[in-house]
Ligand binder design. Structure first.
Ligand code: HEM
Length: 194
């Protein structure tokens, strides 16, 4: 008799609203657009301080435009999530793992909203609003919400940096979790977003 065990990956769990166990197409677009914009915002954000002279302005413009777009996408995405809840998780996933995933997702949503606002207000407080060389998408001047306030700018920028590193840790947990579900648990979790 053949003793070889073959493992077949579990299929995502289905319900009436998710007959294929998948996130909606709109939710998938929001997710992957956010992922690309995050890559841009984080990589440009971390290297700006090493760039000298004129290209620095281009780096600021790209970082800030990506960041502000992330805020708009996050707000639209949250509204969509309330109207179209995600598909059910696979029943084999234990409660502590569900709670950990939800905690990471909530923290990511919170940072997607708080981080761009902090960055935006910080630029205003530095007396360096999103106008002219750093206009949104190089085209749209965004009015400043506050005038130059260096003491506030220092505080906001420090929090912006701390949240930047926090985000990297959360993304490592998020991506690590997706790989763990896909490669080790084989419970169909990653397939729901593809
Ligand atoms: C989710 C969106 C955003 C993320 C993930 C993000 C992330 C970061 C990170 C990681 C840094 C580097 C911190 C450091 O090394 O000290 C940074 C710097 C910065 N960010 Fe953001 N940011 C976002 C949105 C924004 C927005 C919307 C603005 C302004 C409109 C902004 C303005 C700045 C500025 C001015 C710096 C300082 C760059 C420097 O001079 O070194 N950020 N950001």
């Amino acid at each position: 008799m053949d003793q070889t065990t073959t493992y077949t990956p579990a299929l995502p769990r289905v319900d009436a609203a998710h007959p294929h166990g998948q996130y909606s197409t709109v939710a998938k677009i929001f997710h992957w657009v956010t992922a690309v914009l995050m890559l841009v915002a984080l990589s440009f954000g971390f290297v700006i301080k090493y760039i000298k002279d004129e290209p620095k302005m281009v780096f600021y413009a790209i970082h800030e435009s990506a960041g502000l777009t992330i805020l708009m996408v996050a707000l639209a995405r949250l509204a969509w999530r309330f109207m179209s809840p995600p598909p059910p998780m696979h029943e084999s996933i234990p409660a502590p793992m569900r709670r950990a995933a939800a905690a990471v997702h909530h923290a990511l949503y919170a940072i997607l909203i708080i981080q761009p606002i902090l960055g935006f207000v910080a630029t205003n407080a530095w007396g360096f609003p999103m106008q002219d060389a750093t206009a949104y998408l190089g085209l749209i001047n965004i009015p400043a919400v506050i005038g130059e306030t260096p003491w506030l700018a220092r505080i906001l920028s420090t929090i912006h940096t701390i949240l930047g590193y926090t985000l990297v840790v959360l993304l490592a947990a998020h991506i690590g979790g997706a790989v763990y579900h896909h490669a080790l648990r084989r419970d169909g979790t990653l397939m729901r977003m593809l």
